[in-house]
Design a protein around this ligand. Sequence first.
Ligand code: ADP
Ligand code: G6P
Length: 736
Amino acid sequence: MRQILLITGGVIAAIAFVIGIFTFNQVNKEEAALTARIQVRSQVLAESLVESIQPAFEAGATSSIKRTIDKFVGDQRLSGLAVFDNTGTVILSSDNSPDVIDAELLAAVMGRGEPDGGFARNESGLLYVSVVPIIGENQETIGALASIQSADYIDATIGSIWRDNIIRFLLQTMLIAAAIFALARWVFFKPLYDLAESMRAARRGEAVDDDKIGGDLLLPLSSEIAKMTGSLRQARHAASQEARMRLEKIDTPWTAERLKEFIKAYVKDRPIFVVSNGEPYVNTRGKSGIEWTVPAGGLVTALEPVMEATGGMWIAHGAGEADKAVVDKDDKVRVPHDEPRYILKRVWLTDEEVAGYYNGFSNEALWPLCHMAHVRPVFRKEDWTEYRKANALFAKTLLKEIQGVERPLVFVQDYHLALVPGIIKKSRPDAQVAIFWHIPWPSAAQFSICPWREEILHGMMGADIIGFQTQQYCNNFIDTVASEIEARIDLEHFSIFREEHQTFVKPFPISIAFPGIAEREEKADPALLSRLGIHSTHVALGVDRLDYTKGIPERLKGIEFFFERHPEFIGHLTLLQIASPTRTSVGTYKKHADAVLAEVERINARFGTRDWKPIVFQHRSFSHAELRTLYRLSSMCLITSLHDGMNLVAKEYAAARGDESGVLILSQFAGASRSMKGALQINPYSAEETAEAIFKAASMPKTEQHRRMKALRTSVRDYNVYRWSAEIIKALAELD
Ligand code: ADP
Ligand code: G6P
């Protein structure tokens, strides 16, 4: 646009210059012609008058001269006449004759004895003064006569020439500017823009219509560019084929870099939008200002490294007391705070919404409904209402963000947001939506007790893909759909058809970033254990949110039974239980925390000595770095979940054991037990089995530890969270 304006401006300036020169010439010529005409006319008139007054002048008959000149002025429509004697003094003048006669002109005429004239100007306008000498008998100048007439028409004629030419110039300018503008835009710049756009599309790897590159004007150039984009396309295709083959090779480890390459090859850098209830960073006010922490929980542990690798946007509930203080006007903040890689967009919920949607329906209804831990789900109508409202709010926030984004990839997380896929798909059928259910899916019979089961299933089936941790949960889900709603189930492909929409149900066992920070070989400083008051030879470690599904009371029973059975370990083995407070506003969790603390006290009182405690209980969160140190310093890690979607602590323990030592004791009811074959599997409901596993771990020879730990580490390295996300993204992208 700027170029077009510049070209048009330049052409207008040139036209203005040419028209200006022509007008100036025309004006000069016209002025010369008009002046010559007025000169001749005035002189002829003056000379004829001199002839008629000469006798009277010579006779000094002034009254006769006066009569003659007054009549002459009237007849010839002159502005004035004046008669001078030989000294240049006015003898007579017509009535109202303007006083404009130049004394120098008069003197020159009288001196030379020849007529002359000139222009003068007074308040009535332009005047022409013609002076003719009166010559006596002896050829001497005896006086002079001056005639004055209006020359205004000369001004008017010149003015009209300028005016006409300016109007002509303006009209021409408008026409020419419009023509140039249209010409430049459509004939010149449009093909150029098209050419640039085609090249940009070729650079992005999108399809380019070669016929449209540049149009006729740039034909020679465009055919060359068409060849170039063709080669680029081929090279890109070859590279992407090669990348795909490379990326699909199972035996090379998945890393953040490989995931990035994979995203480029599979989804061509389409942005990824993650929506979850929990946020990856919580901002609080500390002693040194606003601080951030990573909350405990498998969802955040798994997804954060994925988002760091892929970039994109993560929409989550801002639950931290200082969350609002760090976001911009769109409620966004770039994270991680020290090295930003993706955008965290926070959704704000009222206390009432949190009470009903989060504490109520999510944690008191769906969580116990999906986990077989013998806690009764509570279904309250008002919680359900808040759950629906909050889901609509999350969906609305996402819809706003994906406005204008073509075929966005949307990845909804967990049981808090079961209704979100349905809402998204309704407004944006082009969006590719997956929901991942991080927790178990119960049997159809168990799920049938939920009063709003149909709405939940419909909401989830808005997604193109529903991911679960294990094949068993997929089977349970398909059974549930079959018994609750009308839909066609395709068991061959594990998909559900409902109103023309197909939803695939697939297992994607979640994992951790390994290799990654988990593998960093920092030195495990035993001082951390000393600071916790632990000096035993054997440390059995438990790391969990203080949740009733984690089987902590059962673990405590197991340890008690172990000391009963193997008193030789009293004073030599300590259970370090790290339990981060969780969902503390929910009554069941408060009661559970109290019960666990009481059990710890009871067992410590039963077996403890002056300088040894069987159980060291830490009721707080630790940093990931501290946890890695503790994983390395422990002889065993105890996972006794009564029911667990996956359990990432099991995978973190294996990932941290670069020394290939240590033993993992793993509940058979945790999803992780499906793939972690080197673990000692237990039924946590059996205190005897747990106690025997602790004994076996404490006495296991190093060689067996190595063999088992190697297998565990291989399983986590082969199926880490980068691969997990790549498989989900690949499944989504392949739906095209
Ligand atoms: P869940 O998601 O049910 O909490 P997982 O075992 O899958 O269970 O994931 C728990 C995550 O939370 C792990 O990454 C673990 O390291 C972390 N975590 C658990 N307890 C603590 C704690 N006390 N301090 C810090 N992180 C914790
Ligand atoms: C489990 C759930 C997650 C949740 C996490 C922590 O892993 O599957 O969705 O984020 O627990 O629970 P919280 O209620 O503290 O977010």
